[in-house]
Design a protein around this ligand. Sequence first.
Ligand code: G3P
Ligand code: CA
Length: 355
Amino acid sequence: MLAISRPGRCLVLTFVTVLLFGCGTLPEATHESPEGSKAMNEFLVIAHRGASGYLPEHTLEAVAMAHAMGADYIEQDVLLTRDDRLIVLHDLYLDAVTDVAERFPGRQRADGRHYAIDFTLEEIRTLRVHDRVKADGRPAFPGRFPEDSRIFSVPTLEEEIELIQGLNRSTGRVAGLYIEPKSPAWHAGAGKDLMAAVLGLLARFGLADAEDKVLLQSFDSDALRYAREDLQCRLRMVQLIGENSWDESPTDFDLLRSAEGLAEVAEYAQGIGPWLPQVVDINNIDTSDISDMVNHAHQLGLFVHAYTLRADQLPRGVGSMANAVRILVDRAGLDGVFTDHPDQVIAQLPARELP
Ligand code: G3P
Ligand code: CA
């Protein structure tokens, strides 16, 4: 077995957005046939943190909107509270999407942040969720839902599952769960088994088998192996792939995305989730083609769902969502994409039934 884990790293995400890449321009996409290609028909649309382009991320409202838009899967990033309740939140800390600093002065750690794991669910319930802001308080995505809104709250994973299962029944259209237990190694350092807690809750909802419309994703290869081998998890799994420079997890992503690394991934996972610039050369978008990583993954039977496509942050030169989707499906060879704007991706795909 290859050593695709690195020594422990701290948790600082330093995303370089695709906006920073220069690139040429493309002509507008034209659909070859009304039915679309097989790849277009089977392309999966994953609502990234719900319909987060329109409503504050991970709120129940964003989940309901993503479901109504026809997303195939709806994503949940999941953390544990001090009293071991599973909540749906992206960052380990609450500052970027809630009024925690205002509500709980003095509860921050040395880095100035208020970590969800230091608060009970009852305390977190008192917070108001708003659209994501940067450290200086300015909106991370200008033009989205007003960041001074005070009408949303942090949901539990249990509530999101109940909402999605309820909508699946009432609409007759089944959307899946795409769950990422966040930073399992960091939780382990705090004495909490996040993966076991997530799988335990899913089992209580009857979600435990490969046939269930649930995908378990993680950047941490050890955590996925632990779930598969020690916790006997039968759900389908997705190995997320980042850059080592992000210090996202102990996993060595340079090794992992090689042919040898992917062969090891195929021992425990059914798919991979790379960062979009890892599969499309944004600098040479007019000549880019299916990357070695996608080809190797497909040869191993792994599907490829990349992250994250945003209508309000399309790479310069791509021009339109139509072009972006054409590139991702026909040129990059992807099987699905995480997007903040599921409706706009779906609009470029062959017609699908909506509730
Ligand atoms: O999980 C896929 C994608 O969401 C990974 O990035 O940071 O948004 O969780 P992040
Ligand atoms: Ca995620």
